[in-house]
Design a protein around this ligand. Structure first.
Ligand SMILES: [Zn+2]
Length: 169
C-alpha cells in the first residue's frame, strides 16, 4: 500500500471533522449572541439610538448565522467526499493486492529454446512446457501437442488459451 494514500485520506477527514466542529461551535456562539441582543432589545425599549444599534447588531448576527450554516453544509459535503475517496482507495488497494497475489514468481521459470521457438519451463527442468506468450501476461498455460513434429514441417504445440502455435519438437 502506498503509505501516503490512506494516511492523506484520514488526515483530510480529520480536518473536515475539525472544521465541522469549529463551525458548529461558532454557530452556537452566534445563537447566544442573538439571544443576548434580543434580551438587550427588551431593556432598550424607549431608547431609539440603542434600539437602532441593537437592530443592526441583530441583522449582522443573522447574516453571520447564514454564513456559518453554509460553511457547515460545505464541511458536511467535504466529509462525504472524503468518505467516498477512502472507499475508492480501499477498493483500489484490494485490487492491487489481488494482482500482486496472482503475479507469477518469474524467478521460478526459464525460457528454453526448442527447434524454432522458445517454451517456458520450470527452472532446471524440461517439462511441462508452458506458453511463452501467456507467461508474458503472468499466466501459466501448459502447451498441448498438435500431433505433428518437425518431420511434418508443422507446429508441434498449441496453447489452449491464446491459440498460438509453436515449433518445439
Ligand atoms: Zn498462450
Amino acid at each position: 500500500m502506498p503509505p501516503g494514500a490512506s494516511r492523506g485520506g484520514r488526515l483530510a477527514s480529520m480536518e473536515a471533522t475539525a472544521v465541522l466542529g469549529a463551525v458548529t461551535a461558532a454557530a452556537g456562539s452566534v445563537k447566544a449572541v442573538v439571544e443576548a441582543i434580543n434580551a438587550a432589545r427588551a431593556k432598550a425599549k424607549g431608547n431609539k439610538a440603542a434600539m437602532a444599534a441593537l437592530v443592526e447588531a441583530h441583522d449582522l448576527a443573522l447574516s453571520l448565522q447564514t454564513s456559518l450554516f453554509e460553511a457547515k453544509e460545505q464541511a458536511f459535503a467535504l466529509q462525504e467526499e472524503n468518505r467516498q475517496l477512502r472507499e475508492e482507495n480501499r477498493q483500489l488497494q484490494a485490487k492491487i493486492s489481488e494482482c500482486e497475489a496472482r503475479a507469477l514468481d518469474r524467478e521460478d521459470y526459464e525460457l528454453k529454446k526448442m527447434r524454432n521457438n522458445v517454451a517456458v519451463v520450470p527452472k532446471g527442468e524440461t517439462s511441462p512446457l508452458y506458453c511463452p506468450s501467456c507467461f508474458e501476461a503472468n499466466e501459466l498455460n501448459i502447451l498441448g501437442n498438435t500431433g505433428f513434429t518437425s518431420r511434418d514441417n508443422m507446429p508441434s504445440h498449441v496453447c489452449p488459451v491464446c491459440q498460438n502455435y509453436y515449433e518445439l519438437t
